[in-house]
Write a protein that binds this ligand. Sequence first.
Ligand code: OTD
Ligand code: ZN
Ligand code: ZN
Length: 347
Amino acid sequence: MPPTLILRRPFDAHLHLRDGKVLQAVLGETSRDFAQAIVMPNLVPPIVTWRQAEDYRARIVEAVPRGDRFKPLMTLYLTERTDPDDVAAAHASGLVKAVKLYPAGATTNSSSGVRHLERAMPVLERMAEIGLPLCIHGEVTGAEIDIFDREAVFVETILDPLRRRLPDLKVTMEHVTTADCVDYIKEAPAKLAGSITPHHLIINRNAILAGGIKPHYYCLPVAKRERHRLALRAAATSGDSRFFLGTDSAPHVDSMKECACGCAGVFNATNTLSCLAHVFEQEDALEKLEAFASLHASAWYGVPPADETVTLMRQVDPIGQPGKIETGEGQITLFDPMFPLHWAVQR
Ligand code: OTD
Ligand code: ZN
Ligand code: ZN
């Protein structure tokens, strides 16, 4: 019998599903392995209201391939005009599990995001009262700040003051990429957690730039130096419940990435579990994988973990990977970890 891992079906705490043909093409890549996911609201135009989230959820549910059981957990995109009552009602209905803060201009489809945090304070105060988590794309946007420093500067100049002002607000720092942010989360007394992507556990910034420019490794926050990657691996495999999987699987068709101004995003849904098993095995922490991928985020968002399980087996030969998936709008390239994967999800 080959080495086998049985996990509760995982929880992806940060997922981009898009809409239309791309939604149809990518959803099965997640629903095949995952029981549930926190779905990002950065469509064009974004999902801002309860009503929009309800309609988007219906489109996702409609697109789930037959035979898969998948629960989309919805978020609202915070703007300076968001109505606190609408947010509270969407939360009370059970539909919305978090609100997402994109500093305007920080990442893909963030132009409707927040320019002056002060203007969003009434919503944030209400969220602190009702216990609704805020998910944050934690990067400052000022052109004067080096792109590799934008997360660390955000933690110091925005996140820390916000948490001091609203200590009851539950905050998820999304896609943590720096040792600075890992340390900040570990030191926080409460109400703060961080999601970590598979790709930030695997690549450092050399993957993007050394030996030629590799657009499929470009995402935001951009991958950092090796010491940061090692800090992320230590956090993910530590068993600390404040760190959990958020894949940030962010599909873009190849023509949008392989060009003079390619957009940010790594599509990894298809091989996330194989990549994670590889990383956790390397770190001698396979027994911590279920907590990271399936349990910590469920507890944080107050959603029961899945009853069903998923089984991974370590096979001698590398698993076959598609490389690209087809959509009605072009091909999407799958994240290539640059090493052979041996953990196969049993289907
Ligand atoms: N990062 N791309 C996208 C989102 C994320 O910041 C993120 O959450 C996207 O394409 O939506 C990316 O690089
Ligand atoms: Zn983000
Ligand atoms: Zn994202």
